[in-house]
Design a protein around this ligand. Structure first.
Ligand code: NAD
Length: 331
């Protein structure tokens, strides 16, 4: 299939581009490069521009006979979303309405959407299944939930199929070591831990060590970015084969604590990685773990390399060979 990949020069999108090529599809990337990296796109076609540019998206749909859209383009900083909500509703919600309208006008009716576990908020029940209450506690999560709801109505009322993929914590890098995580600013635990290992930060902060978890630190469900990327291809093929629309968790189905991640990173890198205990952050649930059963059954997909050692090991392979991220790749 010919697939428009918005945000395809970002961390997860660039891995999806590789997975699409590997599965025999043709990705066309549309990215503003506000946060992405041209070098991460490799051999795929890259259109430089904004999802909000109706004319540009329409032209891309026609020129490349686009059959499906994978939509990764968004802002991703939860903290920033609370300080500047309009920025997030404009880019994560409003721009999607524009994209969906352009798709409709150009006869593109298949949509794979990057959603998030943040749509659940503070779930009472763990593991979290898709029928858990959707009650985001931040603007970022809400900006994504609105899109899911719009998509549900479109699927009911029009010729439109969508899969919303609610990611838990993406981590790791492509197994061949050529693409990986390079966010600026960086707020994800694994890259921050390795920045500490590389001496770019003095220490890694642990926010709270008095949670009701085995070692007192927060527990999260980590999914290898390459497993995540391959799930997108499966989800798109499910839609193409007439499968039903809906929302699906993408996680490994088990949790790892902050201390476990740091320990694993120490083993992978051989570095001491000093850690500092800080007070809890508001709104951080003790445990967030997915029930990924619906995706397993519907897409016939399983995470293959989402054990902690593979996630952290592949991340270290990327960070140790690209200490300055894509600035090193582009040299
Ligand atoms: N990283 C995670 O663990 C995680 C977890 C849950 C959900 N998500 C979602 O996955 C998606 C990808 O996340 P990521 O970590 O790869 O982020 P990223 O910042 O690396 O990638 C996003 C890309 O989108 C581009 N972009 C942003 N707004 C744009 C616009 N209006 N037009 C064109 N391009 C635009 C950026 O330049 C960037 O290349 C996001 O939608 C995010 O909300 C990520």
């Amino acid at each position: 299939m010919n697939v428009l990949v918005t945000g395809g020069a970002g961390y997860i999108g660039s891995h999806a581009v590789r997975a699409l090529i590997e599965a025999g599809h043709t990705p066309i990337v549309l990215d503003s490069l506000e946060h992405g990296h041209a070098a991460s796109v490799g051999e795929a076609e890259l259109i430089l521009g904004n999802v909000l540019d109706h004319e540009l998206v329409a032209r891309a749909c026609r020129q490349f006979s686009i059959e499906a859209v994978m939509h990764f383009a968004a802002y991703i900083e939860v903290g920033e979303s609370m300080v500047d909500p309009i920025k997030y509703y404009a880019n994560n919600t409003m721009s999607v309405l524009s994209l969906l309208k352009t798709m409709q006008e150009n006869g593109v009716g298949k949509f794979i959407f990057s959603s998030t576990a943040a749509t659940y908020g503070q779930s009472e029940k763990v593991p979290i299944a898709e029928d858990a209450p959707l009650a985001p506690i931040n603007v970022y999560g809400h900006s994504k939930l609105i899109v899911e709801q719009v998509c549900s109505w479109l699927a009911r009322q029009t010729e439109f199929g969508f899969i919303a993929l609610r990611y838990f914590n993406a981590g790791g890098a492509h197994p061949d070591g050529t693409i990986g995580e390079d966010h600026n600013p960086e707020s994800h635990l694994i890259p921050l831990v390795f920045q500490t290992a590389l001496g770019k930060r003095k220490s890694i902060s642990i926010f709270g060590d008095d949670y009701d978890t085995p070692d007192g630190t927060c527990v999260r469900d980590y999914i290898h970015v390459w497993d995540l990327a391959k799930a997108h291809v499966k989800a798109m093929e499910h839609l193409a084969n007439g499968g039903a629309s809906g929302a699906f968790n993408l996680g490994a189905g088990n949790g790892h604590s902050v201390r476990e991640i740091i320990e694993c990173a120490r083993r992978a890198s051989g570095a001491a990685i000093p850690a500092e205990i800080k007070p809890r952050r508001a709104g951080d649930p003790a445990v967030l773990v997915a029930d990924p059963g619906r995706a397993f059954e519907t897409f016939n997909w399983r995470p293959e390399i989402s054990d902690l050692k593979s996630i952290v090991g592949s991340a270290w392979q990327w960070h140790s060979t690209h200490p300055d991220g894509y600035a090193d790749a582009e040299l």
